[in-house]
Structure formats: structure tokens, C-alpha cells
Design a protein around this ligand. Sequence first.
Ligand code: EPZ
Length: 422
Amino acid sequence: MEKLVIEGGIPLQGDVKVSGAKNAALPLMAATLLCAGKHILRNVPDLRDTRTLARLLENLGAVVSRDGDVLTIDTTVLHHGEASYELVKTMRASVLVLGPLVARLGKTRVSLPGGCAIGERPVNFHIDGLRELGAVCAIKEGYIEAEAKKLYGNTIYFDIPSVTATENLLMAASLAKGTTVLKNAAKEPEIGNLVDMLNGMGAKISGRGTDVLTVEGVDSLHPADCSIIPDRIEAGTYLLAIAATGGAGRVTHCCPGDLPSLVEKLRHAGLEIIEEADALAVSWKDGTRNLSRVDIKTAPFPGYPTDLQAQFMALMTLCSGQSAVHETIFENRFMHVAELRRMGAKITVDGRLAIVSGLGMNGLKGAPVMATDLRASSSLVIAGLAASGRTDISRIYHLERGYEDLVGKLTGLGARVWKEQE
Ligand code: EPZ
């Protein structure tokens, strides 16, 4: 296996270009199953997760080809409707093929994704929602078996605004007979990207950007030609990395409006954030490199994103004072804490609340650490960039799931970072 080596303590400077959003690419790739034909998806990041989903689509019978950041997905012929455990266990977002396959084929067998490092990650909202659209769903030998000659519109209320459950049911409802209303639906920008793609395919979805989505079912759709939105989590990760190293720079090709909470939190921490049309610039107000403590509490969009919690905690290990990090979405999303402690961080955890006692800038020391999940890994990268000395991060396959060309992009900002065999 490979590890990432970072010689820290160098202030990052310059521009870094954001890639397409992983969490938009995955549902939009799944949506190509809704209708036969050649779909074009643009600005698709080349990641472990998008490659995994491409393999799953090919296993179903699709033909997937990539030309730069343009993915062509031909779903004219689907041989079967089964998503095997071997494929689904490596990426739980594979469950996103459930809704499209029921709608397209009337029958599907998708492996239950199982838990993951950050939590149990149940999919009951996905299954209950399909049942409310008239599908017969059963769990047999670790698989979700769903069948429906036709799906029928209904009103579905989510107890929690689940992102992928909203996406799965939006896709299924697009081809249902009648009207579906999704209430307490997720409002993340990636949902808006999916709504735009589906409407571009001939679906009739209204309520974009709100927590009530209304879908007038149609008999058929036509192939898509659409673009993936910029990755707001990647953009936030680089903003935090530049800040943590005491540097200054711009994150380009992003949507500043997709990070409202992070921008406010960075300003409260004492950073200068300039919002441009498609970029965010971060610098220091008056030349000092003194970070103020800031509390965060994760919440569904537009609240503070859980996918940037670990990265913000890394920044707060460098502030002057104590900050509270409250993780409300997942029950086990503090796996980065033990690794940050190995670098000298002072953090106490009580359930879903972590208290970070800042060391001041340059307070961290490089050390060998281990990646445990995608966003925890990026927190360790930020800490390693800020720390004095060398940090070796093992199991970097976690990172490669969600950050395209990480070494190239960091090197472009002046970081000393490379990969080595473990
Ligand atoms: C999506 O996961 C993202 N993944 C996650 O990003 C992100 O952390 C999460 O949304 C929250 O923003 C993709 O979009 C591929 P949820 P998802 O359903 O949809 C509970 C990353 O790092 N829940 O919104 O699986 C669940 O346990 C990944 O890129 C149920 O109880 O998250 C959680 O507590 C990590 N039953 C809460 O809802 C269900 O059927 C929110 O989860 C579904 C979810």
C-alpha cells in the first residue's frame, strides 16, 4: 500500500482549481439508468468512487467511456438489475442505483451497503420511500429485493433530510404514474444538480433548493447532457489547508454560495475571505497569524457540513483558545481525533462533542498517522501541512476516494508532499 509523506510548515500560496463534486457525480451517474441511450456527463472527477460506480454500471450492461472530464454512459442495454455485495461493499453510495433500476426495469436486487467507519448508515428511508411509491421491497440474504410493475406517485415525509434517500426517490418518482411530493427533503447543492439533470431529461420536478420537492411523473425520459457542479467539500478542504498553514490563496472554479457556513466560520476565526464569482480567496486580516477559537455544530445544508467537520477541527488545533466541535449527523465521525493527538493536538471527546484546546499556530508536530475514512484523512493532510517536520499518512486509498490529483494540487500551492510505498 502507499502512504502520503508531507514535509510541513510551509505556508501554502497561489490558486488551486476545484474538480467536479463527487457527491453530485455519483447520483447523476446512477440517473443515467433511468432511460436507454447515450448520456453525456461533464466535469466528472476521476476518483476511486466514480471509477467504482462506473464498474457497477458496466456490470449492469452499460458502456462507460471517459474523455478527459467528460463521461459518456450508454445505458441502452441493461443485462440485469443486480448490484452485488462485492461492488456495493466498497462504496455505499452504490445504493443510488436502487431507485433508477426499479423505475427502469421494474425489478432489482441491490446489496445492503452495510455500515462504514463513520456510522451505521441505515437505508430505511430509501426502502420505505420506494414502498410508498408502490414497490414491494424485501430484505433477503443481505440484499434489498424491490419489484414494481409500475410506481405510483405519493407523498413521502423524511424523518431526517437524507441526501441519498432524497436522490433515490427523486429518480424513482420521475417515472412514477402521478404526483410525488417529497417533504423534509435534503437541500444540498448536489440535489439541485440532480434536479437540473432530471428536468433536462424531461422530468417535471419543482421546488428546487427547498425542502419540498414535487415530481409530476412522466412516461419516459431522454438521455442527459449535463455538467457536474464544483465540489464544495474539496473547495472547503483547500481553504482550510491554506488557512492552517498561515498562507494565502484562491480556490477557483468553485461555487462560493455553496459554502455559506464555512465562510462565516473562517471569518469568525480571523481570516479574510473574499467571495468572487467562481472563486474564494483566503488571506489574513492584518498580517498576524493569530486564529480565534470558533465553535461548529454540523447540520444539513445550509448548516455547517459534516463533511468538513474533521478538516475544521484540524484548523482549531492551531487556534488560541478552546473550541467546541459538535457532530450531529453521524455517530462515529471523530476517528481523526486519536491521529491528531499523535501530532500533539489537545482534544477531549464526550459522545458527539469534541473540545479542542488550541496550541497556537505551528503548535503541531509531524508524526506517522493512519487514515480511517475519507474526510478524517483530509483532516490529517491539513494537520501535516501545518505541522513542523514530517508526517506519514498510511492507508491513503481513503483519500483517493474523494480528492482528485491531491498531490498535484497541493504541490501547486507550494506544499512538499509525495507518495511512497509503505
Ligand atoms: C451523503 O450521505 C453524502 N454521501 C455523505 O458524504 C454526507 O456526509 C451525508 O450525505 C450528509 O451530508 C453522498 O452524497 C454519496 P444521509 P448519505 O442519508 O446520503 C441517517 C463523504 O464524505 N439516515 O444524508 O448516506 C444517517 O444515518 C460522504 O463524501 C437514516 O437513518 O447521508 C445519518 O445519520 C460521507 N436512514 C443521517 O440520516 C436512511 O435511510 C444523514 O444521512 C438514510 C440516512
